[in-house]
Design a protein around this ligand. Structure first.
Ligand code: GLU
Length: 510
């Protein structure tokens, strides 16, 4: 085991869009693989035909691509030596493992109909027990343990539908070591004879998952905490299939919790509190309901990944900002916490703000250009670069740039009414008119000179600069706040600033 090349997998079922908890599982698998020079696989676990959702598989692939968490084998990423990586296409193979388990006495055929199972449930519940198909109840059911051999043969020959169930031992202690949680011990009397192979000819998750992990030479199973209850069953399957020596190590990741810490983070919490729980926008193919995504909200993938990485893991120090490369370098499963990680939507924005500011003006200008083109804005590259330089300090997202700074390109059509109510009076009107006169004479219309002119105008008219500064900002930009005012003034230029001030004085009456 020690010398095996590290191979991990992300194994989602295509039952809907990928929740951010799933993306975090993929990310931790990826980081662990890269850190250990290993392989990261994407396997699509689509054996449950009833829960199959069209488009979900492509959504998973697109999400991983957007995040930059790229598998080196798997559906959508080029096939490696163990293709296919889609379980429905490996269907034929699982049957032989189910048969092997039956032949060795570790699994059995069960012919019970739905009605018979319901009846058993009712009977057990009526006598105060909890319903379970197990070492005790299996004796009274219709299966290859309770029936004579010829009868079983007859049923099989007649093509009667059956499932294959694992034969869980009656009283045995099952131990497994989890890298995050330590030793987990479960009594087999608490487990039930789970179905391994269904009457539709498909394996269940349990059988397919274990068989594929073994065949694909997976060394570490890193997955969500909700799979911990299945792990003892998987341990038994490794044992019964004779693969115990190749059993992967387990690491069950903590849940992502709601912002208040009460319960698992769900789509409903996102809708209620106004943040996405999916990486990309998703439209439900049946209800047509649209769910928002981090990409469409304007998050940068590296900010999103950085935020997710810290939900359940921390580095040795207090550092919070990590590039993907740094994450790979720092990551270890030992520092993943056992307890759930509270999701903080404000912190998510904080991460994006940081990544926005660390982009160069050139990068941001390139990213913004399509929107400006769409709006028919024609401006010099240099001008856009300077605008971007000022705006990136103010917003959390690139998609806020237009609402934060359209005035750099167009005169405002609306003025902030609160500021007007508070500051617009005869004195301030006089001030603005005087300032226009001074601006006309400013030798060179830059931030420094215009600020000087503003100050002398205040002195000249006996106005406190604080009384008129915000009003002047509103006259030029329409907005009550923004980047350094005289930088804006310099960028917009003499003629346009004066025009806007005059227009403001004419339009706004008190
Ligand atoms: N198909 C399971 C899921 O949807 C995979 C769990 C595992 O990683 O074993 O999450």
């Amino acid at each position: 085991m020690e010398n095996r090349r590290v191979r991990v997998r992300f194994a989602p079922s295509p039952t809907g869009p990928l929740h951010i908890g799933g993306v975090r599982t993929a990310l931790y698998n990826y980081l662990f693989a890269k850190k250990n020079d290993g392989d990261f696989l994407l396997r699509i676990e689509d054996t449950d035909q009833d829960r199959f959702v069209p488009g979900a598989e492509q959504y998973i692939i697109d999400s991983l691509k957007w995040c930059g968490i790229l598998p080196n084998e798997g559906v959508g990423f080029g096939n490696g030596p163990y293709a296919s990586y889609r379980q429905s296409e490996r269907k034929q193979m699982y049957r032989s493992y189910a048969e092997q388990l039956i032949n060795n006495g570790n699994a059995y055929y069960a012919f019970d109909t739905k009605e018979e199972l319901d009846e058993m449930r009712k009977r057990v519940e009526a006598s105060g027990g909890t319903h379970s198909y197990n070492a005790i109840t299996r004796q009274n059911m219709i299966n290859s343990i309770s029936l004579p051999e010829e009868e079983v043969r007859k049923k099989l020959d007649a093509g009667q539908p059956y499932v294959v169930r694992i034969k869980i031992p009656r009283n045995e202690e099952i131990r497994l070591h989890d890298i995050i949680r330590g030793w987990v011990i479960v009594q087999s009397s608490q487990m039930d004879d789970k179905v391994l192979f269904k009457s539709d000819g498909m394996p269940t998750y349990h059988l397919a998952n274990v068989v594929d992990d073994y065949i694909m030479k997976i060394t570490h199973v890193i997955r969500g905490e909700e799979w911990l209850p299945s792990a003892p069953l998987h341990v038994l399957l490794y044992r019964y299939l004779g693969w115990e020596n190749a059993m992967p190590q387990f690491a069950h990741l903590p849940l992502l919790l709601r912002p208040d810490g009460n319960g698992k983070l769900s789509k409903r919490d996102g809708d209620r509190l106004g943040f996405p729980v999916f990486p990309l926008e998703w439209q439900d193919p049946v209800s047509k309901e649209l769910s928002s995504g981090y990409r469409e909200k304007g998050y940068f993938p590296d900010a999103f990944i950085n935020m997710l990485a810290l939900l359940g893991w921390h580095s040795t120090g207090n550092q919070e900002l990590f590039s993907l490369k740094q994450l790979i370098h720092e990551f270890s499963l030992e520092r993943v916490s056992k307890s759930g990680a509270k999701f903080d939507p404000e912190k998510a924005k904080w991460f994006n703000q940081h990544y926005l500011r660390s982009r160069t003006d050139d990068e941001l200008a390139d990213l913004w250009l399509p929107e400006l083109n769409d709006k028919g804005i024609k401006a010099e590259r240099n001008f856009i670069l300077r605008v971007v330089h000022l705006l990136k300090e103010k917003g959390n997202f690139l998609n806020e740039f237009w609402s934060l700074g359209s005035y750099f390109f167009e005169a405002p059509v609306k003025y902030d009414q609160d500021v007007i109510k508070k500051r617009w009076n005869e004195g301030s009107a006089k001030f603005l008119k005087e300032l226009v006169t001074l601006f006309k004479e400013v030798p060179s219309f830059n931030a420094l000179e215009t600020e000087k002119a503003f100050k002398s105008c205040a002195e000249l008219t006996g106005t406190g600069p604080g009384q008129v500064m915000q009003l002047f900002r509103v006259a030029v930009s329409g907005l009550p706040g923004g980047p350094a005012l005289f930088e804006i003034v310099e960028l917009i230029g003499k003629e346009e600033v004066i025009k806007r001030m005059e227009e403001f004085c004419n339009k706004v009456v008190f």
